[in-house]
Ligand binder design. Structure first.
Ligand SMILES: NC(=O)c1ccc[n+]([C@@H]2O[C@H](COP(=O)([O-])OP(=O)(O)OC[C@H]3O[C@@H](n4cnc5c(N)ncnc54)[C@H](OP(=O)(O)O)[C@@H]3O)[C@@H](O)[C@H]2O)c1
Length: 341
């Protein structure tokens, strides 16, 4: 079967299409024909060599893929041939708290991931996908969708009527926008593009701020919340946004610390947290249980994740470059079953 592989730090140009053999199935293995794979900012970081815990070996990239079960090992009980599934980002984190053990292995980092025609994983690593979603849509759930769910409702503990600030209109933020509106939350979102802010309003955003033309956007967040601040910020910006995000949170509010789109490092004044009794909560995607809970919500709320653009399997490099250009709104997907250019 065909698969892409990359060595961390080789840049996007290092992506190569190769022939890989499929391992013999162990008793609990499930072999899946991959239909679609979605890209995350993490995949760019891995290509650029800036991601955590990557090794020196070439691996099949990408954590997020969905497909159809084509064969099962002799002892598999969770799935049958023909079932539609997606892989969980951490194949060993089933439920409960994250530990070094259950988060030690993630797909597409130091272990083979999903950008391949076929993938074999232990049955516990797979999750059934909602019937109302296409493979392309379901391929966006494992990293971006689960991270948004964990941030809003598990670590963030939000309830209907609460408010959330989302930064930018990338994969995690647009997923969070859709989930938050379906759950009755008030959403303030930022973007560098007025056109993207219009799209966010169409999806229900209550207020939208252009962070380029309003560089002190935290003041606008405070104005929009009558000086109080929001209950939760999904902090995906990192070094360039963290202090403003802290200022945007209400007294006792939470910052879900997710990413570093503007870079990592930097300094945060502890007084900014102490005076407002604010909490920082590091997010590391989520468990299989969170994925399953999210799926139940997607079914009830009939949510279809926003897919900006779909590339063919042979266009993986183009898809990576498109994600890097930040032209997207929501998710970028590679349709593995589409082989033409
Ligand atoms: N901790 C975790 O478990 C976890 C899980 C998933 C993702 N992440 C991290 O979260 C971040 C987002 O990931 P993603 O896959 O959603 O990224 P993405 O889809 O590539 O997001 C790109 C978008 O981010 C926005 N952006 C860029 N710089 C910004 C800034 N300084 N301020 C506000 N918005 C900015 C831009 O939106 P506009 O074009 O609208 O301006 C851009 O289009 C990344 O750092 C990623 O590594 C972490």
């Amino acid at each position: 079967m065909q698969a892409y592989q990359i060595k961390a730090g080789q840049q996007i140009a290092g992506l190569e299409l190769v022939q890989r053999s499929i391992p013999t199935l162990a008793a609990h293995d499930v072999q899946v024909r991959v239909h679609a794979v979605s890209l995350n900012y993490r995949d760019l970081m891995i290509a650029e060599g800036t991601y955590l815990r990557t090794g020196d070996a070439s691996v099949i990239p990408c954590s997020d893929g969905a497909g159809e079960v084509m064969a099962i090992g002799s002892a598999v009980s969770r799935f049958r041939v023909g079932d539609r599934v997606a892989a969980s980002f951490f194949p060993n984190w089933m439920h409960g708290e994250p530990t070094p053990q259950n988060t030690g292995r993630s797909l597409g980092g130091s272990y083979d991931g999903m950008l391949a025609e076929e993938v074999v994983l232990h049955e516990d690593a797979w999750v059934a996908i909602p019937e109302h979603l296409s493979h392309v849509e379901a391929a966006t759930i494992p990293c971006a969708g689960v991270t948004a769910w964990n941030s809003l409702f598990v670590e963030g503990g939000l309830r209907p009527g609460d408010s959330v600030l989302l930064l930018g209109t990338g994969g995690v933020s647009v997923w969070a926008l859709q989930l938050a509106k379906a759950a009755g939350l008030r959403v303030i979102i930022t973007s560098s593009s007025d056109e993207k802010l219009d799209r966010a309003r169409e999806l229900g955003a209550d207020a939208a701020i252009n962070y380029t033309t309003t560089p002190e956007w935290q003041d606008e967040v405070l104005r929009l919340t009558a000086g109080r601040g929001v209950d939760l910020v999904l902090e995906v910006g990192g070094r360039g946004t963290l202090a403003r995000s802290v200022a945007s949170a209400r007294m006792g509010g939470t910052l879900a610390i997710i990413g570093g789109l503007s870079g990592f490092g930097g300094a945060l004044d502890p007084l900014a947290l102490i005076g407002g009794a604010k909490r920082l909560s590091g997010i590391f995607v989520g468990s299989r249980r969170m994925f399953e809970d999210l799926n139940r919500f997607l079914i009830v709320a009939e949510i279809h994740p926003v897919v900006d653009r779909v590339f063919h399997f042979q266009q993986a490099t183009d898809a990576y470059n498109y994600l890097k250009s930040s032209g997207h709104f929501g998710k970028v997907v590679i349709d593995v079953s589409q082989q033409g250019r």
